[in-house]
Ligand binder design. Structure first.
Ligand SMILES: C=C(O[C@@H]1C=C(C(=O)O)C=C[C@H]1O)C(=O)O
Length: 398
């Protein structure tokens, strides 16, 4: 009897042990599909230009030939893939099942912080108005505008504790911590977060994407949240905003798939802090062996979806460069892993922060379409900050 070469051993670790074993410099990723903790750097994946899938496939073949067990390419790619990318083949990979649901974490207290919004809220509202002018002139139909909060603590932020609180607060999230230290950084820099949005996952020939767009704040009060969900489900503005995103994701995946299932109506999903319109799109790959069909190849073909960019894509990316005063860095990019067989999982890098010693820069965006209101978009981005603010013990600070 022959054993298929790419069968992976069953996980021997517990998800909680891998979370506890995470240290800055490691790569951590967990989702309902499972947990992955990777350590060491066997090689770095350097791509010419924006495409990493081919360089990743070559790096994986070389690692397998060098005897690296279960080689993966893991890490993060920025919103502008040609500008920021931190992909490596780690030396050691440990896998476990999905994180378990445990008691809600205690918020950290006792640290005092300074908070600086970038840009100022009034500036962000003004950018929304300018985006609405572009939309009014027919240059765009949707653009996602982001803003950041820069936090400074009195002492260095311990990322493993922050990651653990994010995972425990929402074990179903795509939770991640990736080293994104760049030359010139005064200290190691870590991208950390708990995204609700799956860019794409691949298992054999089966692919799944789960675009989100159209959002409302979750209050925690059951009656009020029931009303919010009903309103979101019926909101023409949010349904339109969602259709742009789901339609584009389906169109791109359709290029690679023989059959594609796209539900006619979005459903509403909840995180501990937000409600979102969500569409789960599944397909079967026509040519799973092609590098372009690896999980990373598909993620690159999809990025940036209108969930973080807009419609039409190039005009929206141009408007973002003009209207957002700060570069997005790794925010609104992709984070995840791809294995030797092309399987893998990539999340959209939202509900995230870049942590460098005492500073935490967290970012959030909101989709602007005809009918958007600057004050509401400001509030929506503020509500999206709460994932990280809660984990930092800072909810209510903004
Ligand atoms: C850009 C973000 O979220 C994205 C934008 C959404 C929206 O505009 O409704 C919803 C979910 C995400 O796709 C973010 O959380 O920062």
């Amino acid at each position: 009897m022959s054993i298929p070469a790419l069968v992976r051993p069953r996980p021997v670790h517990r998800a909680s042990d891998l979370l506890a074993a995470y240290l800055p410099g490691s790569f951590y990723f967990s989702s309902p599909r499972g947990t992955l903790l990777a350590d060491g750097v066997h090689s770095r994946v350097r791509a010419a230009g924006a495409s990493h899938a081919r360089a990743a496939a070559e790096a994986l073949d070389a690692a397998a030939a060098a005897g690296v067990p279960d080689p993966v390419v893991a890490g993060a790619v920025g919103f502008r893939p040609e500008a920021e990318s931190g992909l490596v083949v780690p030396s050691v990979v440990r896998r476990a099942g999905a994180p378990a649901v445990v008691r809600a974490p205690e918020a950290e207290s006792g640290t005092s912080w300074t908070l600086t919004p970038r840009p100022e809220p009034a500036h962000y509202a003004d950018s929304v108005r300018r985006a609405l002018e572009l939309i009014g002139r027919g240059e765009l139909s949707k653009v996602v505008l982001a803003r950041s909060l820069e936090l400074a603590a009195e002492s260095p932020v311990w990322v493993p504790a922050l990651l653990a609180r994010l995972v425990r607060a929402d074990p179903a999230a795509y939770a991640f911590a990736a080293d994104v230290t760049a030359p010139g950084d005064p200290a190691p820099r870590t991208l950390v977060g708990a995204s609700p949005e799956l860019l794409v996952s691949r298992r054999g020939a089966t692919v799944l994407a789960n675009p989100l767009a159209g959002s409302a704040r979750r209050s925690g009060d059951e009656a009020q949240d029931r009303e919010t969900v009903a309103r979101l489900r019926d909101s023409a503005k949010d349904l339109g905003e969602h259709a742009h995103t789901a339609g584009q994701v389906a169109e791109v995946l359709g290029r690679f798939c023989t059959d594609l299932e796209v539900p006619a109506q979005p459903e509403v999903i909840g995180t501990p802090t937000m409600w979102h319109l969500s569409t789960r799109i599944t397909g079967r790959l026509a040519d799973p062996a092609a590098p372009a069909c690896s999980a990373l190849g598909l993620a690159e073909a999809l990025h940036p979806t209108p969930a973080v960019g807009g419609v039409p894509g190039p005009a929206a990316v141009g408007a973002i460069a003009d209207l957002e005063p700060e570069d997005r860095g790794y925010f609104a990019g992709m984070v995840g892993w791809t294995g030797l067989d092309g399987d893998g999982e990539w999340a959209v890098t939202i509900r995230s922060a870049e942590v460098c010693e005492r500073t935490v820069r967290l970012s959030a965006g909101a989709g602007i379409v005809a009918g958007s209101e600057p004050a509401a978009e400001l509030a929506e981005t503020g509500a999206k900050f709460r994932t990280l603010l809660r984990a930092l013990g800072l909810e209510g600070a903004v």
